[in-house]
Design a protein around this ligand. Structure first.
Ligand code: MOS
Length: 733
């Protein structure tokens, strides 16, 4: 193959549709005669509904139905656990009884002829509760902690090693609860036709939404269709199927009409997942020359009463550095809240904040440059799994990044760098994330006009799946990208895993490659079976594809294009392909991405304002399919990291668990003025083991490392170690 589209900075194939408004998001799929539903959310944190003043509301203008547990259809809620759902526990059953498990739980749904009528009626509905005080603060000692399955790991004796170490630190770190807050709210339009259901619904995992709703309503999976061609941001919040999807479908079924349901910004804080608050302890022991002798990482996340949500909070600590004695422990505090879920670099982003803050603290205690400290503890192999890394470019990332960032100009002493009256701080931190690869499939159709249609039930929440998959198909078919039409966002397309975990390119990309190879094989066998073709009765093995043309190996003739081949028979070639990681290779290697993140902050010593001035991230992510998109993903992740470090925090009222800042005015997120110059660099990394494309995946790792780099820069600027995110002005004064 002598053309190459992989690695090229192709601009977004869907860019025009997005900027002209032609791209349709879930709530844009308005259907004729649809009704509008509004959820009424519980205003107590724990208890039960005792009275519902339904009559007045039912008589209000335009109201078609008021559905509560009293008149809601009983739903079968058949078992279904997708890989994205917590392994332990049972999903929330909405409107099936009078119980309130957390503040904001849906307790009623109003359906009306227009949104205004539905909102007015929902606001007028009076519900009386018997309420108890919920437990929502996981630092509270009376809260029960549970040990999720296989949550602990250990090698050597870390406790002894840390206690006996010549140099040690032992600190606790905290990260606040955060909510995703993408620009596009969750939305579902549900339309029944007999016992078939169509959902236009915001989803990062269409085939799971299809299976989940089928299970909830007791339908065959093929009776449910989910459509979602565009997503206005998500990064975890649309991985699972939340109760509003069930409610939209239920309301549509009970009214016999199509129903549209869009969550309010406030409701986006109730039942659509969140980053769990975490409390972590890191203890490090080291020799005076900076060799780690012991590492302890104990972390507690939080979950709901009805499900055990787990994330990889402590996992990376086991493999990140060389150390003979390591112990990790993960616990969950069960709270009266809704179930958390994956959010922007879940697990690793939180866990690495603690570990990389601690490593920075250790570097000052030892008087060793923070990057040099990482170098002295760089492992030759994954010491937790006791196997080699498929590739690991952490030190190259540090070298590349520190040169670009200008680390050399940093003076080690805290408070030693200034710009006028501002304190300047430079900090660094390691990033890592597993290189996952899940089974996926795709379909390729070669059409008579020379176009190739490629389909997979994938999503594109912003990283550029439309574009990058077009490149992959173009590459393996040998066609220019303009001749490839990639479609996603339909559950009827070949199955893919969730659009998350940074595995879309590895998984769906490999499936597309397989489908392209299969399509070419079918086209070739058609040609050798064709009595009019120059290679009739030849062997397929004697043929080769080059730039989308088939010819005899070594033959200088122009060969046959797909169009030529299809024209001879008149029927398009259609092929499916699927791919998954070779289990033997998976067994043999430890596969992760690595990166080094650098941050510069400027802090006003009088008023404590913290400004990030610059971030440089250098990443080893295997092959980069599209450097423009990759850079965009990384800068987006860095912005999330700035939010995590300095702004984002959901505050719960301890009396009832109400998120008190459930709106964009008080839930702070970075805006343009908060964003400095961001640079993403990629080291040349060839990884022959991860998958045929050589990609490790990108997305989550961009979140990891940014917050600790900023926190470490804040310490360098001020001499104040802040171990609790987000860092506030008061923390540095
Ligand atoms: Mo990602 S948090 O798996 O969308």
């Amino acid at each position: 193959m002598n053309v190459s589209f992989i690695g090229k900075p192709l601009t977004r194939v869907d860019g025009g549709a997005k900027v002209t408004g032609a791209a349709r998001y879930a709530a844009d799929f308005n259907q004729p005669g649809q009704l509008y539903a509004v959820i009424v959310s519980a205003t107590v944190g724990l208890g039960r509904v005792t009275e519902i003043a339904s009559t007045e509301v039912e008589r209000m203008p335009g109201v078609v139905a008021l559905i509560t547990y009293r008149n809601a259809q009983k739903l079968p809620y058949l078992p279904h656990k997708g890989v994205i759902d917590p392994a332990v526990g049972e999903r929330l059953h909405v409107l099936q009884d009078d119980q309130v498990h957390f503040y904001g739980q849906p307790v009623a749904i109003v359906v009306a002829d227009n949104l205004d009528h539905a909102e007015r009626a929902a606001a007028a509905l009076r519900i009386t509760y018997v309420a108890k005080r919920p437990l929502v603060d996981h630092a509270d000692r009376i809260i029960e902690r549970i040990a999720p399955k296989s949550s602990d790991g250990s090698r050597g004796d870390a406790d002894v090693a840390v206690t006996q170490a010549p140099v040690m630190i032992d600190e606790t770190y905290e990260i606040a609860r955060e909510n995703h807050n993408p620009m596009e709210p969750h939305a579902t339009i549900a339309a029944w036709s007999g016992d078939r259901l169509t959902l236009w619904s915001k989803s990062q995992y269409l085939v799971n939404e299809q299976a989940e709703i089928a299970a909830v309503f007791g339908l065959p999976v093929e009776n449910v269709e989910v459509i979602c061609p565009f997503i206005g941001g998500a990064f975890g919040t649309s991985l699972r199927t939340w109760p509003h999807v069930t409610l939209a479908a239920l309301a549509a079924r009970q009214t016999g009409r199509t129903v549209k349901l869009v969550l309010t910004r406030k409701q986006m804080f109730f039942t659509t997942g969140h980053r769990p608050r975490t409390l972590q302890r890191i203890a490090l022991g080291a020799t005076p020359n900076g060799k780690l002798t012991g590492v302890i990482h104990e972390g507690t996340g939080e979950t709901s009463r009805y499900e055990q949500f787990t994330e990889a909070l402590t996992a990376a600590t086991a493999y990140l550095y060389s150390c003979p004695n390591v112990r990790t422990q993960y616990r969950l505090a069960q709270l009266d809240t809704s179930t958390p879920n994956h959010m922007r670099g879940p697990g690793e982003a939180s866990g690495i904040f603690a570990l990389e803050s601690a490593m920075d603290e250790l570097s000052y205690k030892l008087g060793i440059d923070p990057i040099e400290l990482r170098r002295r503890n760089e492992p030759r192999r994954d010491e937790a799994e006791n196997k080699p890394f498929s590739s690991r470019s952490l030190m190259q990332c540090y070298e590349f990044g520190s040169e670009r960032f200008g680390w050399a100009r940093r003076t080690p002493e805290p408070r030693s760098m200034r710009d006028g009256r501002l304190l300047i701080g430079l900090g660094a931190a390691t990033a890592t994330y597993p290189a996952y690869h899940a089974p996926a499939s795709a379909r390729v159709r070669l059409l008579a006009d020379g176009l190739a249609e490629v389909e997979a039930a994938a999503s594109d929440m912003g990283p550029g799946t439309y574009t990058s998959m077009t490149q992959v198909a173009a590459e393996f078919l040998g066609l220019p990208p303009e001749q490839v039409r990639f479609s996603l966002g339909q559950s009827a397309y070949p199955q893919t895993p969730s659009h998350g975990g940074s595995w879309t390119m590895a998984s769906v990309g490999s499936a597309i490659r397989a489908a392209c190879v299969e399509a070419q094989a079918q086209a070739a066998s058609r040609v050798v079976a064709d009595s009019g073709s120059p290679v009739f009765e030849g062997s397929v093995d004697d043929l080769e594809w080059s730039e989308g043309r088939l010819r005899r190996r070594g033959d200088a003739s122009p060969g046959m294009s797909y169009r030529d081949i299809i024209a001879r028979t008149g029927t398009p070639v259609e092929a499916e392909g699927s791919a998954q990681r070779d289990p033997e290779v998976a067994e043999r290697y430890s596969m992760h991405s690595f990166g080094a993140v650098f941050a510069e902050v400027a802090i006003d010593p009088d008023v404590g304002t913290i400004r990030v001035r610059r971030i440089v991230g250098a990443y080893g992510i295997g092959r980069v399919v599209n450097p423009l998109l990759a850079r965009s993903q990384c800068t987006g992740g860095m912005i999330g990291g700035i939010g995590m470090a300095l702004m984002e925090r959901t505050v719960l009222d301890p009396r009832d668990g109400r998120p008190v800042n459930a709106h964009m005015a008080d839930y702070l997120m970075p805006v343009n003025l908060d964003i400095p110059k961001l640079e993403a660099l990629f080291v040349d990394e060839v990884d022959p083991h991860v998958n045929p494309l050589g990609v490790k995946g990108l997305g989550e790792i961009a979140l990891v490392g940014t917050a600790p780099a900023i926190a470490n820069a804040v310490f360098h600027a001020t001499g104040k170690r802040v171990r609790s995110l987000p860092i506030h002005i008061e923390d540095v004064l």
